[in-house]
Structure formats: structure tokens, C-alpha cells
Unconditional design. Structure first.
Length: 249
């Protein structure tokens, strides 16, 4: 089984070498590693060239943003399954892709596997584990999705059901997951593999204005896919998260 891993980057010199090293350290070797750079002005491309022996394909050119770059990577991919590794994130250990491959080989009929992530701060301290253990697609209707980097999709899904829609600012991943899991009802299993350590504080989780924007885009995604939902429940998803957190204590 070939696994395509896509890393999208732009001026990522401060973090991307750790990302490269985490891919290089994987015990699983049938990896197609694809880099899509948005035309970096710093030393990112020098680092790409430094690790070129482990990189299957790479491109550096202007794009229309994160999701356009991800689409380019998916179109370049030739693997059986596809995963995303952001340029400031790392795999949690050297056996992540071996474990993912084994899980898919044992569950040959699934379209996707869904796992967990760990979030860390600028000091490298783990601040949260985000598990998909209790997630199911119905929770998309109230604004909850599994962590995007912890999902590994069969590549053929993108041919069947399409790529990321570029008319979303920060919610194209939510829309794609909604389209795949709710509209097309793809088959999936929870892997319980903690795939990725992510730097906390992404665009979709940084302040009230982004909360409002992602709420708007969640509603847009659900509406576009003809999913019935409650506007109020989507708007109150932060409250449900707090309640869920308190109930776990």
C-alpha cells in the first residue's frame, strides 16, 4: 500500500525541517511525499532541496491559498490513501504510517480512517489531545468534525466526489468532510491512532472573529450539501465543547 503525504507550505523555514524529519523517520517506507510550496521568499525551498532524496514530487509557485495548494497535491498524488501533514506539524512517532497502513490493510473495505491528534504550544508542551473516539458523522450537523490531519482517505474519493472548494476561507476541510461523510456516506472506522502533533493556534481557532467566520462556513457547508441542521446549535458549538470538557473531569 502506497501512502501519499502532502505538505503545503509558504515561508515555513522555522518549522518545516521538523516536519521533514518526522517523515524521514517513519518505519514505513512506501511513502510518496509531496511538497506544494506557494512561492516562499525565505529559505523554505533550500530546506526542500536539502531533503530532496525523500521527497517524491514538489512544486513552488503562487497559488490561491491553502486549499488550492492541497488540491494541487492531491492531483499529483498516486498513492492508495492520502494524508495531510501541515508544515508546522509532525507525526507523533516513527510508526504512525506503519500503523495507518496496517489498519487500512486489515479494514480493506473502508474509504477512510479517523484518528486522534495532540496539540502543543510554542514551547513544545502538549496542551490537548483531540480524540475522535466519540465522533460520528451526525456531529457534523452541530459543528463538530474530527481533526483533519488525523483522517486518511482513499485517493479515489477525490476523483469521485471532488476536491476542496475554494470559495471557503477556513472551512473547506469541513465542507469536504461533510460532503464525503454525510452526503456520500463513505465507509470509515475509528483507528485510535494518534497520528499528528499539531501546533495550536491555527486560523480556524484564533479568536471571536474566526469563530464567527467558521460558524458561517459550517452553515454554508451543510446547506450546500442539503443537510438539515439547527443554526442555533452550530452557533453554540463552543458551549457544547465546554460542557463535554467539564463532563470528562
Amino acid at each position: 500500500m502506497k501512502i501519499s503525504i502532502i505538505t503545503v507550505c509558504y515561508n515555513s523555514e522555522k518549522t518545516i525541517e521538523k516536519t521533514f524529519k518526522s517523515v524521514e523517520a517513519q518505519t514505513y517506507k512506501n511513502i510518496e511525499y509531496i511538497i506544494v510550496d506557494g512561492g516562499s521568499k525565505d529559505t523554505t525551498i533550500d530546506l526542500v532541496k536539502k531533503y530532496k532524496s525523500m521527497i517524491s514530487q514538489w512544486v513552488s509557485e503562487p497559488d490561491k491559498g491553502l486549499y488550492d495548494a492541497m488540491n494541487k497535491g492531491i492531483e499529483m498524488a498516486t498513492g492508495d490513501i492520502v494524508g495531510i501533514l501541515n508544515s508546522d506539524d509532525i507525526f507523533t512517532d516513527e510508526k504512525v504510517l506503519e500503523n495507518v497502513a496496517n489498519f487500512h490493510l486489515k479494514n480493506k473495505n473502508i474509504d477512510a480512517s479517523v484518528g486522534n491528534i495532540i496539540q502543543f504550544n510554542d514551547e513544545g508542551k502538549t496542551v490537548r489531545k483531540y480524540s475522535a473516539k466519540n465522533w460520528n458523522p451526525e456531529k457534523l450537523k452541530i459543528g463538530f468534525m474530527p481533526a483533519h490531519p488525523a483522517i486518511f482517505f482513499k485517493r479515489d474519493l477525490f476523483k469521485k466526489y471532488g476536491l476542496y472548494h475554494l470559495d471557503f476561507t477556513i472551512g473547506a476541510d469541513y465542507e469536504l468532510i461533510t460532503r464525503f461523510f454525510l452526503q456520500h456516506k463513505i465507509t470509515w472506522e475509528f483507528s485510535d491512532i494518534t497520528t499528528t502533533s499539531m501546533l495550536i493556534g491555527g486560523v480556524s481557532s484564533s479568536g471571536f472573529s474566526s469563530y464567527q467566520l467558521i460558524s458561517k462556513e459550517i452553515k454554508k457547508a451543510l446547506t450546500r450539501n442539503n443537510i438539515k441542521f439547527s443554526y442555533l446549535k452550530v452557533q453554540l458549538r463552543g458551549f457544547w465543547k465546554i460542557i463535554g470538557f467539564l463532563n470528562k473531569k
